[in-house]
Design a protein around this ligand. Structure first.
Ligand SMILES: Nc1ncnc2c1ncn2[C@@H]1O[C@H](COP(=O)(O)OP(=O)(O)O)[C@@H](O)[C@H]1O
Ligand SMILES: [Mg+2]
Length: 341
């Protein structure tokens, strides 16, 4: 399968007075064309910073200190294209090239649509502004295109709603409008960072269905970030599980659910609410918390919370690299590492 984007050994750290936060610490994965990668893990594990790194919008004092973010070229469609992938990690974050790529090649949607929309302008003006960045766009066709996009994302009376201000729309409708804006330039990669987390369950299901339908139509790849494995089950083809800045397990979605190998993945799965379960059975939250960002730990960062950890093994030394344990399934876990030797 053709790779759209490949991340190699990405490290993005925040250099604070109090210490260094290794938010993303040696992460590698690839996303094929037209496929969805699910990125899952508890809060603080580096999911959003991975996304910010791809778009080169990591806030200061954060910095990519190592690694590559290789975006495939558009098969000679672009005149100045060499056919070679572009390394987004090597671009000037304020330069013309990454600005061309943002929105055009890689677009992002967020949990909070007001991150994308300014409250001061109508959604139509803001979507048109994005469309007008395209070389051959003119004002009239941009407005038509914006109305078309709003219809596609299921906003009723799009011809009128286009002139609404963001606060005049419901949360679900604002989320749809943000998706319309993100897709208005037909990007090849859509990064969705917890886009449905703030919505109630029925609206969330509608937005997920909409995203799947739009992916079929537009053929983009999606990087879907969520802490919710239920959402991963619905959306993802491949999954990476992140813990404390690293990938601890990587597999296709069926394998993650049917044969998870990392104790952290198993614990996340046990914490999914089961339909029909009693209140008591419903949630087994993972005990303990993600280590403090400044912590310098010996051994596996999950070991202190891990029900399978072996003392003397898991709390000593450097955690093993991601290692293939079955076809297409890799884990970073001392227990698997030991078994292999
Ligand atoms: N702007 C920032 N300044 C300092 N630390 C940050 C900043 N953004 C994120 N971090 C830290 O980086 C780590 C990863 O954060 P993040 O990627 O937002 O986690 P997630 O999206 O998985 O919840 C956390 O320890 C977080 O505190
Ligand atoms: Mg986040």
């Amino acid at each position: 399968m053709d790779t759209l984007i490949e991340i190699r050994n990405l490290k993005t750290h925040f250099f604070l007075d109090e210490g260094t936060v290794r938010a993303v610490d040696g992460v590698s994965f690839r996303i094929p064309n037209r496929r969805t990668l699910g990125v899952v893990g508890e809060s603080g594990c580096g999911k959003s910073v991975t996304a910010q790194s791809i778009l080169r919008i990591v806030p200061s004092p954060g910095k990519i200190i190592e690694g590559h973010i290789l975006l495939a070229s558009r098969n000679g469609e672009e005149e100045d294209s060499s056919g070679e992938p572009v390394d987004l990690a090597a671009l000037d974050p304020g330069g013309a090239e990454i600005r061309r790529i943002r929105g055009r090649e890689v677009a992002m949607i967020f949990q909070e649509p007001m991150t994308s929309f300014s409250p001061l302008h109508t959604i139509g003006n803001q979507i048109c502004e994005a469309i007008l960045l395209e070389p051959d766009a003119d004002k009239e066709s941009a407005r038509e295109h914006a109305i078309e996009m709003l219809k596609q994302v299921g906003i009723p009376k799009a011809e009128q709603r286009i002139d609404a201000y963001p606060h005049e729309l419901s949360g679900g409708m604002r989320q749809r409008a943000m998706i319309a804006m993100a897709l208005s330039r037909n990007p090849r990669l859509l990064i969705a960072d917890e886009p449905t987390t703030a919505l109630d369950v029925s609206i969330q299901a509608q937005i997920l269905d909409l995203m799947e339908a739009l992916q079929d139509e537009y053929g983009m790849s999606i990087m879907f970030i969520t802490h919710d494995l239920g959402v991963i089950a619905e959306m993802a083809d491949e999954v990476i599980v992140m813990y404390w800045g690293k990938i601890v397990e990587q597999a296709d979605v069926d394998t993650v659910f049917n044969d998870p190998q990392h104790p952290y993945t198993r614990a996340l799965l046990r914490s999914i609410p089961q339909i029909g379960a009693t209140a008591k059975q419903r949630l087994e939250a993972i005990s303990g918390v993600v280590p403090h960002p400044f912590a310098r730990l010996q051994g596996c960062p999950y070991a202190p919370r891990c029900t399978e950890a072996k003392m003397g093994v898991c709390n000593v030394g450097k955690p093993p690299a991601l290692t293939e344990v079955a076809k297409g399934q890799s884990v970073s876990c001392f227990l698997h590492h030991d078994n292999r030797e």
